[in-house]
Write a protein that binds this ligand. Structure first.
Ligand SMILES: Cc1cc2nc3c(=O)[nH]c(=O)nc-3n(C[C@H](O)[C@H](O)[C@H](O)COP(=O)(O)OP(=O)(O)OC[C@H]3O[C@@H](n4cnc5c(N)ncnc54)[C@H](O)[C@@H]3O)c2cc1C
Length: 283
């Protein structure tokens, strides 16, 4: 590894100034993805801009709209006294991200901006319909997380643009959601992961809204919109569950790699979608 300038700006204005002064510079948050990529020569930045000392980039504000700062660590999400009550599926997912050492430094923003198809924060945030606040020197914009991921390692971020916050609306009463992850061992990147959110009409089997996302089965974390449509304003029955399982299998485009085969991933995504709904509805 060559020597790198490690730049520690104290404000956003300073970040953008440094960004212009150091061509080839990259942002670094917790460094748990970036340092591995530099070591493996997958990233060759000329310098690194640490986002750690910039005020306002971390922290959680709970309300009708909840704000999570991009520099909030996974550990801080888990330890927050109210976040888990409002968004249990997010905490369920991040408890499966790495081990304690990783969770203490890895950030939610880094997990999203790394744009891995297996990013564990992405699935709960997709089904919760999170929005990403992006800032650059020219101004800021808000994009649905669904539109953030473009491919492996590729997001809609423009050069010099930074993810600063994740925004979540308060879930409707009665919304239930769950996350499932299959790894080779318990602490591993996912072979397949899913998040399913259902809003039901009272205690009936009539579904008002379904949000379903899958990881490690396509170039990006993916909403399974055809499966969602199958359930919306429909009665959920054994028959629709079998249809959903098949539709989930045909909605994904997995690859074979060191973790698993494409065939197995396709099979498991269908099983997980069906099983998640059965669990949520006590089928
Ligand atoms: C041993 C180990 C186990 C792991 N296990 C898991 C796992 O189980 N599940 C999982 O999902 N991941 C896992 N990871 C991957 C990694 O820990 C997470 O993706 C982590 O959340 C990345 O966050 P970070 O703050 O370390 O990001 P960094 O490495 O600092 O940054 C990642 C990328 O995002 C960019 N970036 C960071 N913050 C911003 C921002 N605010 N705006 C714009 N760009 C930004 C950086 O430039 C870089 O390209 C693991 C990694 C290791 C080393």
């Amino acid at each position: 590894m060559n020597n790198l300038d490690f730049l520690i700006p104290q404000s956003l204005r300073e970040v953008w100034d440094l960004y212009k002064r150091f061509p080839g510079v990259r942002f670094i948050a917790g460094g748990t993805d970036m340092m591995v990529k530099i070591k493996n020569s997958e990233e060759k930045p000329t310098a690194l801009i640490s986002l750690r000392s910039i005020p306002g980039l971390s922290g959680i504000e709970i309300g009708e709209q909840t704000r999570i700062g991009a520099m909030t660590t996974i550990g801080d999400l888990i330890n927050h006294p109210q976040l888990g009550d409002m968004f249990p599926v997010l905490i369920q997912a991040v408890k499966r991200l790495g081990g304690p050492q990783i969770r203490n430094v890895a950030t939610i923003g880094g997990n999203l901006c790394n744009c891995s198809p297996c990013a564990d924060t992405a699935l709960p945030l997709l089904v919760l319909e999170a929005r990403a606040v992006l800032k650059r020197s020219e101004g800021s914009r808000e994009v649905p997380l669904d539109e953030f991921f473009l491919g492996p390692g590729e997001s809609c971020l423009l050069p010099g643009e930074m993810l600063t916050d994740i925004i979540l609306n308060k879930p409707a009463p009665g919304v239930r959601a769950t996350f499932k992850k299959k790894g080779r061992v318990r602490m591993d990147l996912s072979i397949v992961s899913t998040a399913v959110l259902l809003e039901m009409e009272g205690s009936t089997r009539k579904c008002k809204k379904a949000r379903i996302a899958a990881g490690s089965v396509a170039p990006t974390p993916l909403r399974l919109k055809k499966v969602e449509e199958l359930f919306e304003n429909a009665e959920i029955s054994e028959k629709t569950l079998i249809e959903a399982q098949k539709l989930a299998e045909s909605s994904v485009s997995p690859i074979t790699d060191i973790r698993s085969t494409a065939e197995y991933r396709r099979r498991i995504v269908g099983v997980y979608v069906k099983r998640a709904i059965q669990e949520l509805l006590d089928f």
